[in-house]
Design a protein. Sequence first.
Length: 308
Amino acid sequence: MALKSSFLGLQAFLLLVIMFMLPSLLFSKPNGKSFDLQHLEGCHKGQKVKGVNQVKQYLERFGYLHYNNDPAHANANDDVFDDLLESAVKEYQLNHQLKPTGSLNSMTVKQMMKPRCGVPDTTRMSSGTVSHFTFFPGTPTPKWPADKRSLTYTFRSGAEVIDLQTLRPLISRAFAKWAAVTQFTFAEAQAGAQSDISIGFYRRAHGDGASFDGPGPVGRILAHAFRPTIGLFHYDADENWSTNPTTTEIDLESIAVHEIGHLLGLGHSSIPEAIMFGSIEPGQRKRGPLQPADVQGIRTLYDLPLPI
Ligand SMILES: *[C@@H]1O[C@H](CO)[C@@H](O)[C@H](O)[C@H]1NC(C)=O
Ligand SMILES: [Zn+2]
Ligand SMILES: [Zn+2]
């Protein structure tokens, strides 16, 4: 008995050691670097400052820079603030209703450090206009076919985070917001039946080509969903999820309303109040109602009359 309990004590001790070691071993520095942009505030074209490289990675990941490891772009992996980076920063600023200065002013740095959706932003500076809603790129524009207006969903997770009893009602409320302004209906699929949409929690690389980044770093990814008709909506299992978030937690339902917009074919909006804006603060609730930009976007995509 005594032996057994000291053995259990040792196990618990080892488990604790592993729990404390793991984050520093694996998680705190993805790509070997932490993402803290504070010290880059004020950086602009022509400078070379340690850490500019991380801004390049950030903008490349979210659709603003396309060095593509092209050797012709000598500055792809260094800390030089070059022309390409300046125009990418401008485009990012336009997409977030910030003044397009092309330099890393404090508003821009602050925006980049917010937790956000993993879906890349659809850039549009080349067209010269900032629209309030966007669609996924592609010809034809990705959307559900006309004979597909009753969509079914299932819950399938790679990690246990939130139980189904908690998840079901909030997901159902999130779908209802979009059903109210479209011709779509949404229902949970019968157990074992085929479904159009799969919803769940996953961590790190999880087989869909879009890895999550763990609980850090600053500017981290919270969730993602894919364009029609792929039908995948994943929460990053490493975040602090809640139905009633404090300032260190993320609201499950707000993220659901946003990601369902992607499932239906919307990209990110440049309107900070819109559900389809790409970032959200911990503790913030943005469960609806859908904003004019969201409603106009989805009704334009599905050829429904405006306004409703
Ligand atoms: C989760 O919450 C804990 C405690 O409130 C906090 O210390 C931690 O930073 C949070 N993690 C994330 C990824 O926000
Ligand atoms: Zn998004
Ligand atoms: Zn995924």
